[in-house]
Design a protein around this ligand. Structure first.
Ligand code: G3H
Ligand code: 13P
Ligand code: ZN
Length: 332
């Protein structure tokens, strides 16, 4: 058993309490590579922000669990080397799909896990989440569970039953599972193609997607005052990165994300964790494509991964300072 405490990591409990009370959100950035980890840590240290570094099952398969754990341990030491005396870094499992995977992460240095039973029937989702919570809490590891299925607006319209989180279920779900935070579905979705152009309105040449279901969010807040809420699928898909990718040989069509103003508004509510992965992928790919197109003779990975890391760092800082508002929010 490797406790996250030995690695200098923290769980989400205290930082969520402060974020809900303070009206801001903690960034949850996915990482698969050393460069992403470095960019996340540099951004968090420069802005004095707590940060959640999250890894998916796919990330573990790609990079290896032992390596990722040691990257997270390295992240804490790196933050200190960069001058942050008391970094608040969470190592979180994103979209855990079984008790066994969650247990393996808890036993191997994770300070927080998500058990995603959102696709299961309600009672099965509760039973699975409770099993993970009962195990995790023995080790002071915090647990995120999910209620409602992330889906685009199109799915909402065509589905017989709404995928959005049902506010009437949240008290029962959070009480019976004992989860520490709740991921909800209010119109965000994963990836770089969250909406079709037909679902958007053209405003000054920009496609603006329909707004998130803030009414549902506010109803949930009323049912669970002060309870930490999580938003997945919250990349904004910046046009400049998409344009750079397409200019230098990529082909991304109709890539549309969540407008940052909506995430800014959500951050002021009980939403205290906002998940961003696709924007990091876009920032990395745009910088690599540009560099290689402009320097066709380069073949040392450091030559193109450095601009990729710089571009991701810039994006992370922008999110922290201008969207989530977690800058300057370290406990000490
Ligand atoms: O929500 C999913 C995250 O973006 C992780 O994606 O499973 O491809 O690593 P992944
Ligand atoms: P994006 O695809 O919008 O970045 O969402 C990431 C996410 O929710 C990870 O769990
Ligand atoms: Zn997600």
């Amino acid at each position: 058993m490797i406790s996250y405490k030995e690695l200098g990591l923290v769980n989400t409990r205290e930082m969520f309490k402060r974020a809900v009370a303070g009206g801001y959100a903690i960034p949850a950035f996915n990482f698969n590579t050393m460069e992403q980890m470095q960019a996340i840590v540099m951004a968090a240290v420069e802005t004095k922000s707590p940060v959640i570094m999250q890894v998916s099952k796919g990330a573990r398969n790609y990079a290896n669990g032992v390596i990722l754990r040691n990257l997270a341990k390295g992240a804490v030491e790196y933050a200190k080397e960069l001058g942050c005396e008391h970094p608040e870094i969470v190592l979180h499992l994103d979209h855990g799909d079984s008790f066994e995977l969650c247990k393996d992460c808890i036993d191997n240095g994770f300070s927080s896990v998500m058990i995603d039973g959102s696709h299961l029937p309600y009672e099965e989702n509760i039973a699975l989440a409770k099993k993970v919570v009962d195990y995790a809490h023995q080790y002071d590891v915090t647990v995120e569970a999910e209620l409602g299925v992330l889906a685009g607006v199109e799915d909402e319209v065509s589905a017989a039953e709404s995928h959005y989180t049902k506010p009437e279920e949240v008290i029962d779900f959070s009480t019976r599972t004992g989860c520490d935070s709740l991921a909800i579905s209010i119109g965000t979705s994963h990836g770089a193609h969250k909406f079709t152009p037909e679902q958007c309105t053209l405003v000054n040449g920009v496609l603006v997607p329909p707004p998130l279901a803030f009414d549902i969010l506010h109803e949930i807040e009323k049912k669970l005052p002060g309870f930490p809420i999580v938003l997945h699928g919250s990349s904004s898909v910046p046009m400049e990165e998409v344009n750079t990718i397409n200019k230098y040989g990529g082909h991304l069509e109709a890539a549309i994300g969540i407008p940052e103003e909506q995430l800014r508004e959500a951050s002021k509510s009980a939403v205290c964790k906002i998940n961003i992965d696709s924007d990091s992928r876009l920032a990395m790919t745009a910088a690599v494509r540009k560099h290689l197109a402009e320097h066709p003779g380069d073949f040392d990975p450091r030559q193109y991964l450095k601009p990729a890391r710089d571009n991701m760092k810039k994006m992370y800082i922008h999110k922290i300072v201008n969207v989530l508002g977690s800058d300057g929010k370290l406990a000490q």
